[in-house]
Ligand binder design. Structure first.
Ligand code: SUG
Length: 415
């Protein structure tokens, strides 16, 4: 049976705050601080367990090789030349698997396979190195070629940031969907990371029906306020779109196009008068997992920062008291990731598939969660200051920590 499976990125042992992402206010705001990779990875694992306990299908993707020898060789550097290049080679940014790929489930595609296109992430040098290793991993996890097609990234001139700028609406996960690609136009103070042409390439490759595909411009005001990905201001699940009033350049036109394609759509708009763009971006209210629980009810998994934000909380309390489609709000602690601009939604890639068709090594259960936890507790560094990046001792610890996890999960082909 087709189900939504959330593949969370296990937070890697080199997690650090180097301030690499222009336009990502949290990353800039925490630049130079000491990070806590072990606590970060345990927070991410606790979020996965939380979703597992709700009765949902949960998978994971593994940290990529860091410091990345392929990247350092490609730029003919050992890292000592420039602290930003060194930090790029050490970045644990692959944890944010919403940027790993764009996924079109089988019901939406011309050949009836689930298509995944790895995101090229070209706008940020520390992220542009991810995709070849991501593809390697996706090809193992989704090796069943009768069910899946994994594509390389689109050519680098077209910026693609993957599922973070892609929403899918449908009556039920296993039915024909409406795929909505959200792109930004360049010219503002911050980079528009998702280009329209990249979105169109992905839609063509995946064999999507043009009548069930929308290309929507992100509001430049939202990008300028720090919404470097659309999933910082909107999230969709099945028939529900939960969005900030200022997410899209043409909100009314966008809502009308969605309703025309999917008459049962329910659009929950948070007005700027209740939650400003600034509050939405500071709290990451929309970087939430909007989930359909086994009961059929929808729940919103939000970061603690949103729950603790007075104006956001007021709006959430009002929403829960009303008769809206989102019936539960479930706060989780992912503060270590949040300080780099990665909330609950950034940490997961949604794939609609039959879990039995996925390589079982990438699927989580409670026993495996305990084994992963033990490896993290034993091997992940307790803390890293960006000044420590480049240390040979730390490099050795980071490499051996990842290797220990791959061995525990019988994924030695990824070493
Ligand atoms: O690409 N942060 C990530 C956060 C990605 C969030 N993902 C989604 N919104 N889906 C980024 O900006 C920070 C790295 C640093 O500063 O060291 C970083 O890459």
């Amino acid at each position: 049976m087709l189900r939504e499976i959330n593949f969370d990125g296990i937070i890697g042992p080199s997690h650090n705050y180097a301030g690499l992402s222009l336009g990502n206010l949290a990353s800039a705001g925490h630049a130079g601080e000491t990070s806590h990779p072990r606590a970060a990875a345990l927070q991410g694992l606790a979020k996965m367990r939380h979703n597992l306990a709700l009765g949902l299908a949960q998978g994971f993707l593994l940290p990529l090789p860091r410091p990345n020898p392929v990247f350092l060789e490609a730029i003919a550097a050992d890292g000592s030349e420039d602290p930003r290049l060194r930090a790029a080679a050490w970045s644990a940014s692959a944890m944010w698997t919403a940027n790993a790929a764009t996924v079109s489930p089988a019901p939406d595609t011309a050949d009836g396979r689930c298509h995944l296109t790895a995101a090229n992430l070209v706008t940020m040098p520390h992220r542009a190195q991810e995709w070849p290793d991501t593809v390697r991993q996706l090809q193992i996890a989704f090796a069943d070629m009768a069910k899946f097609t994994v594509h390389d990234a689109v050519p680098p001139s077209f910026g693609d940031e993957g599922a973070a700028n892609h929403m899918r609406m449908c009556a039920g996960h296993g039915t024909l969907g409406l795929e909505i690609f959200v792109y930004g136009k360049p010219g503002g103070a911050f980079p528009a990371r998702q280009h329209e042409q990249a979105a169109r390439v992905v839609a063509r490759r995946h064999g999507l029906d043009p009548a069930r595909t929308l290309f929507v411009e992100q509001n430049p005001v939202a990008i300028a306020a720090g919404a470097f990905h659309n999933d910082v201001v909107a999230v969709a699940n099945e028939r529900v779109l939960f969005t900030h009033e200022q997410a899209f350049a043409d909100p009314d036109g966008t809502y009308a196009a969605i309703r025309a394609a999917l008459p049962e759509a329910e659009i929950v708009v948070v007005p700027a008068g209740a939650v400003s763009l600034t509050d939405a971006i500071a709290s990451y209210l929309f970087n939430a997992q909007l989930l359909t629980l086994p009961s059929g009810e929808m729940a919103l998994v939000i970061p603690l920062e949103a729950w603790e934000h007075p104006r956001v909380r007021k709006w959430l309390d009002g929403m829960l008291a009303s008769n809206g489609p989102i019936r539960q709000v479930l706060p989780v602690d992912v503060r270590q990731s949040m300080a780099n601009g990665g909330g609950p939604a950034c940490l997961r890639l949604r794939v609609v598939a039959d879990p039995a068709t996925v390589d079982p090594r990438f699927i989580l259960d409670e026993t495996k969660a305990a084994r992963i936890e033990a490896v993290i507790a034993a091997h992940w560094p307790e803390s890293i200051n960006p000044r420590d990046l480049g240390s040979a001792v730390l490099a050795e610890q980071v490499i051996s920590a990842r290797t220990a996890l791959l061995m525990e999960l019988e994924l030695s082909e990824l070493v």
